[in-house]
Design a binder for this molecule. Structure first.
Ligand SMILES: Cc1cc2nc3c(=O)[nH]c(=O)nc-3n(C[C@H](O)[C@H](O)[C@H](O)COP(=O)(O)OP(=O)(O)OC[C@H]3O[C@@H](n4cnc5c(N)ncnc54)[C@H](O)[C@@H]3O)c2cc1C
Length: 431
């Protein structure tokens, strides 16, 4: 009798961060692993990540990472304990890629070359014994008594277990076109609303766009909706922003970017009426309003003959300083001594709380991650196995998991991928 049992213990669809880590994890347990990737290059997103430097992970505790993922963070306890940040670094360094911790806590390869990280992950997966086929887009998957069959233009592959690591919808040019969601649905899974996250914001404000190229190293930003909408019962709690972040902030020709703008973008994308939102920016978050007021009064007293246009030049880049003063309604040509109490109040208010009208985001095309995905309620967080279909697993961004800027998204992909690889059992019945 010919042996009709599947050739593979595990087929993984998608050779990104999660798929490559899962391949290493499972193959190092002597499982027969096949990793299929639609692109010619493996790990394309790794190659473009962190401005091609690849922010691999973050120098912080597992607890801190869980916290950064908000109300979905609890799902990550087991994956992060299976593969914490230090274990990721240890594995990558073992392949000869030295890493460094930057002052922000972000961890990068010393070489600043994302390709080194990608190569290390591919080498690990291959050396562990996994078979990898690129330029092999999966078109369909099905389950029968013998296991899973995976259809590609070239071949049909059989496996006892199937791991979907196809990522989300962001940067579709990288191959991430949401293919995994359809297969998850086919097995009865719920896909929560998917929206672009970690994506630049669009605004409706010409004077802000004229400031393109200016970066503020530390600003406090908050996304606000109009009070009426808050009363109508949407997410804003009274006097609280939908999302807030402190850090680097960048003006662009279309709106805003930089870590703070990206970190609050998810709430903008999720909002049903995003054109009603404002981005309120505190350009001096470390200075209390009364201290700022004192400082401005002192400047007025000590430099009464100086023109107002130069009042903020020692605090902000000149173009921003002048724009804030103009927005505060003061004449740039007047003398400091002529500034009234209410004019100083307005300047203070402008610095601490400039409101920019928003106009949505740049969308999936330019989003670093996808918020939403395979519902976490239907996946066992101790194994990454589907609660609905034995032998089916999910890892990485295809899940309803998205974290902030800082290496958290790779860490989530690595940890969930690793845990899936550790949990797969040969008979396809799961742990
Ligand atoms: C510009 C940019 C910069 C980023 N920088 C960082 C950073 O520095 N640090 C960080 O932590 N995160 C960063 N991210 C986010 C990070 O890249 C993702 O969170 C991470 O790649 C998710 O890993 P994944 O393995 O789940 O999915 P992906 O890396 O997206 O991999 C999914 C793979 O599946 C393949 N695939 C999809 N469908 C099929 C199919 N039908 N058949 C075969 N293969 C298929 C895709 O081609 C892709 O290679 C960045 C993202 C972008 C877009």
């Amino acid at each position: 009798m010919p042996d009709s049992s599947p050739k593979y213990d595990l087929i993984i669809i998608g050779a990104g961060a999660a798929g490559l880590m899962a391949a290493t994890s499972a193959a190092s347990r002597n499982l027969r692993v096949l990793l299929l990737e639609k692109n010619k290059k493996l790990g394309v997103k790794i190659l473009i990540s962190g401005g091609t430097r690849c922010n691999i992970t973050h120098n912080c505790s597992v607890r801190e990472i869980v916290k950064r993922f908000g109300n979905r963070g609890n799902f990550l306890h087991s994956p992060l304990h299976a593969l914490p940040p230090e274990a990721v670094i240890q594995k990558i360094e073992a392949e000869g890629v030295a890493t460094k911790i930057e002052h922000t806590g972000k961890i990068f390869p010393v070489s600043d070359r994302a390709i080194d990280v990608r190569d290390a992950l591919v080498t690990m997966a291959r050396n562990a014994g996994s078979e990898i086929i690129s330029q092999c887009p999966v078109q369909a998957v099905a389950k029968d008594n013998d296991g899973f069959s995976v259809v590609t233009p070239y071949d049909r592959f059989q496996s006892k277990n199937l791991l979907i690591t196809t990522g989300g919808l962001s940067y579709p040019g990288c191959g991430t076109t949401g293919d995994g969601y359809a297969w998850a649905k086919q097995f009865g899974h719920t896909i929560t609303q998917t929206v672009p996250a970690l994506v630049p914001l669009l605004n409706n404000c010409t004077w802000a766009n004229d400031l393109k190229g200016i970066t503020i190293e530390k600003a406090g930003v908050g996304v606000w909706q109009p009070p009426a909408a808050g009363k109508a019962g949407t997410k804003t709690k009274k006097n609280r922003p939908l999302a807030q972040a402190t850090g680097s902030f960048l003006f662009t020709h279309f709106g805003f970017s930089g870590p703070t703008a990206l970190d609050v973008s998810r709430e903008v994308a999720l909002h049903p009426d995003r054109k009603t939102l404002t981005l309120n920016v505190d350009f001096l978050p470390d200075l209390k309003p009364n201290r700022l007021q004192d400082m401005l009064e002192e400047k007025k007293r000590n430099n009464g003959k100086q023109i107002v246009g130069n009042l903020l030049n020692d605090i902000f880049p000149k173009r921003l300083a002048e724009s804030l003063l103009t927005a505060a309604g003061v004449s740039l040509d007047a003398k400091n001594a002529e500034l009234s109490k209410s004019a100083l109040d307005n300047i203070c208010q402008q610095i601490k709380n400039t409101k920019f009208a928003l106009n949505g985001t740049l969308g999936f095309e330019k989003a670093e991650v996808t918020a939403g995905g395979v519902s976490l309620d239907e996946v066992n967080s101790s194994t990454m196995q589907s609660k609905l279909q034995d032998g089916l697993y999910f890892a990485g961004e295809v899940l309803d998991l998205d974290g902030p800027i800082g290496g958290f998204n790779f860490q989530s992909a690595f940890s969930t991928g690793w845990l899936a690889g550790q949990s797969i059992v040969e008979n396809g019945q799961g742990k």
